[in-house]
Design a protein around this ligand. Structure first.
Ligand code: SF4
Length: 277
């Protein structure tokens, strides 16, 4: 089993802050975001705009494969369509509020999201790979006693767009909009929140992350970390996320215990001995 990457949690000992740069002012727009929409949803969107279906393929590629962050930069779309989209939609539902860089070059990203909430991601560069640790919820309803996020409580679930948006924003901030990362990127769902308590949005995001025509991160590189939500683990085991994904590379699941069961909330109802079977 590969070693768990260093990540956003535990937070008390989180990253040494060496640099803090405000990159963006909070985007208060509430226009719907296109990140998070799948191919069928984009087809439906272009249909409502009286555009041919192939525009959906162009949009999917622009948003996910090319990671373009403005409608103006999608120059393969006609100007009239770009203007229409820009008037009614935004591309990303997440806005970088701050970046904190540690002495080992790890960066912690703070994002503003709708509803005056904030979430975190962590970018961990290594010699032969990068790892991006992303959040699945704003806050968390659990209360693992080693984690500060549990103290906040659950504010809300993230949408699929807010989950993939973290990855796209970090890659664009590190490498530049649409620039290919210099080596493999690992994704770990180990930031704020319990991913299996936001199952549908997390799985929609995983499909977008792993789609070869989209962000194109191999499923082998996507790891879901859970406190041990047993029904979600059973659902995940049955998941046929994408038929073309080789079954020998299931999305990996790690339990977050990292220690004795007493580190879980006292009310935890899924005994660790059951989780290990
Ligand atoms: S499930 Fe994760 S985010 Fe939630 S309290 Fe436990 S360690 Fe923290």
């Amino acid at each position: 089993m590969p070693a768990l990457p260093r990540c956003a949690i535990p937070r008390r000992d989180a990253i040494l802050i060496a640099m803090s740069v405000t990159l963006n002012i909070l985007d208060v727009t509430t226009k719907p975001a296109l990140q998070g929409l799948g191919k069928d949803q984009l087809k439906e969107l272009v249909r409502t705009l009286n555009e041919p279906a192939f525009r959906a393929t162009q949009l999917f590629s622009a948003i996910y494969a090319r990671r373009l962050d403005s409608f103006e930069s999608i120059t393969d779309l006609p100007k009239s369509l770009r203007e229409k989209l820009s008037a009614e939609y935004r591309i990303s539902p997440v806005t970088i509020a701050n970046v904190f860089e540690s002495s080992d070059a790890t960066r912690r990203y703070l994002f503003d999201i709708e509803g005056s909430q904030q979430i975190e991601s962590v970018w961990i560069p290594e010699e032969h790979r990068d790892t991006i640790c992303i959040s699945s919820q704003a806050g968390c309803p659990l209360a693992c006693d080693f984690c500060m996020t549990g103290v906040i409580g659950l504010k809300r679930n993230l949408s699929a767009g807010e989950i993939v948006g973290q990855v796209i924003a970090v890659l664009n901030q590190v490498y530049g909009s649409g620039v290919e990362p210099k080596h493999g990127v690992n994704i770990v769902l180990m930031g704020m929140g319990e991913p299996l308590l936001n199952y549908d949005a997390v799985m929609a995001a995983v499909r977008l992350l792993a789609d070869p025509a989209g962000i194109g991160i191999s499923q082998r590189r996507i790891t879901l970390s859970t406190a041990g939500v047993l029904p979600g683990i059973y659902d995940l085991a049955k998941e046929n996320v994408r038929p073309e994904w080789p079954s020998r590379y299931p999305t990996r699941v790690f339990l977050r215990s990292g220690g004795p069961v007493r580190r879980y909330p006292r009310s935890w109802k899924y005994p660790v001995r059951r989780l290990s079977h």
